[in-house]
Design a protein around this ligand. Structure first.
Ligand code: NAI
Ligand code: MG
Length: 343
């Protein structure tokens, strides 16, 4: 087999705003690390609307269906005008039921040191189905707003199995189930029950405990080190994962993975940052860390660890930072420095 034939086909979406800049940086770093991907490049987001009339053109979807693997730059969601959220469409299209968001302190001197947590969020059920409607009273057609959340035992067991398997595979010690079963007894009670039952099967290897979401939010700020892996529902996961990103310096450091049975899409948690697009100062770290998760996913953890180590050296030893982290480095300086540390 030729070296090219050994490469893993993967879809690459440069995206909008700072997307093309940070994607270029990440592709260059992956190349220097001997990356195993053969990229299929596709437009998505605003750039795709201009060319194809759809932020998720059929060619892009077909590519992900074929490769089952994508690295995606941020996509600008058009305001108004009949386009549904691109991210929700991707989740639905590929059944990406698990959202994995690790947070780790990299930049020293932050508010919290030695943070190393992973949040696993159920990505397709709960209140985010957004089954909503209004009831009229008198002259007010929208006097009452009603939203239905839907959790299924099968969905709870599926995400719990994913979380416990992830914890086991990644040498984690404990999974904390986060819920609000004291009030939402059916909706999040079922999630808690399904997660606990699944946890029983892993009890030789992993500890399990649980927290009510509001108490968990406080404890994450008071003593985040007591947690390891957090497993929770869609809405709570959305909120807590942003809180956790805040513990380690904000969105510029936060990668995310959306994983289903047939496809996995890796991205930075932040958006297209139109305010700094084209200035060459975007921080490529979050997308680079997402690419590391992608390498983990295809069993190339040693390569991912080499890149993570190089990032650590650049931040800690070289002291190089982009402006969002209080430094002066440009995207290109940071990219070059990581590549140098890979050697
Ligand atoms: P944003 O995350 O793009 O920007 C928020 C602030 O953080 C801005 O000041 C920006 O300059 C800064 N920032 C973000 N990423 C950065 C990076 N890598 N380096 C340096 N600074 C960075 O959020 P915003 O402004 O609310 O959204 C902009 C667009 O992005 C919207 O159209 C939104 O819908 C879209 N978006 C897309 C996401 C995705 O594709 N996954 C996720 C979030 C937002
Ligand atoms: Mg969110």
């Amino acid at each position: 087999m030729t070296p090219a034939a050994k490469k893993i086909p993967a879809t690459l979406v440069p995206g909008d705003g700072i997307g093309p800049e940070i994607v270029a940086a990440v592709v260059e770093i992956l190349k220097a690390a001997g990356e195993p991907f053969a990229w299929e490049r596709h437009d998505g987001g605003m750039s795709a609307i201009k060319k194809h009339g759809d932020p998720l053109p059929p060619g892009l979807l077909a590519s992900i269906r074929r490769t089952g693997l994508a690295l995606k730059g941020p996509l600008t969601t058009p305001v108004g005008g009949g386009f549904r959220s691109v991210n929700v469409r991707l989740r639905e299209e590929f059944g990406l039921f698990a959202n994995v968001r690790p947070v780790k302190s990299i930049v020293p001197g932050g508010r919290f040191e030695h943070i190393d947590l992973v949040l696993i969020r159920e990505n397709v059920e709960g209140l985010y189905l957004a089954w909503e409607h209004y009831l009229a009273i008198g002259n007010d057609p929208q006097a009452v707003a009603i939203s239905s959340g839907v959790n299924t035992r099968a969905g709870g067991e599926r995400i719990a199995r994913f979380a416990f398997d992830y914890a086991k595979k990644n040498g984690r010690k404990k999974v904390t189930i986060v819920h609000k079963a004291n009030v939402l007894k059916a909706l999040t009670g079922l999630f808690l029950e399904a997660s606990r039952a699944t946890g029983e099967k892993y009890k030789k290897k992993l500890k399990t405990d649980d927290r009510i979401v509001d108490a968990c939010a406080m404890q994450l700020v008071l003593n985040p080190w007591q947690f390891d892996v957090i497993l929770t529902t869609n809405l709570f996961g959305d909120i807590l994962s942003d809180l956790m990103a805040g513990l380690v310096g904000g969105l510029g450091m936060a990668p995310g993975a959306n994983i289903g049975d047939k496809a996995a899409i890796f991205e930075a948690v932040h958006g297209s940052a139109p305010d700094i697009a084209g200035k060459g100062i975007a921080n490529p770290l979050a997308l680079l860390l997402a690419a590391c998760l992608m390498l983990d996913h295809v069993n190339k953890k040693p390569t991912a660890d080499r890149i993570r180590h190089a990032i650590d050296r650049v931040i800690r030893d070289d002291g190089l930072r982009t402006p969002d982290l209080g430094g002066k480095a440009k995207t290109k300086d940071f990219t070059r420095a990581v590549i140098k540390r890979l050697k």
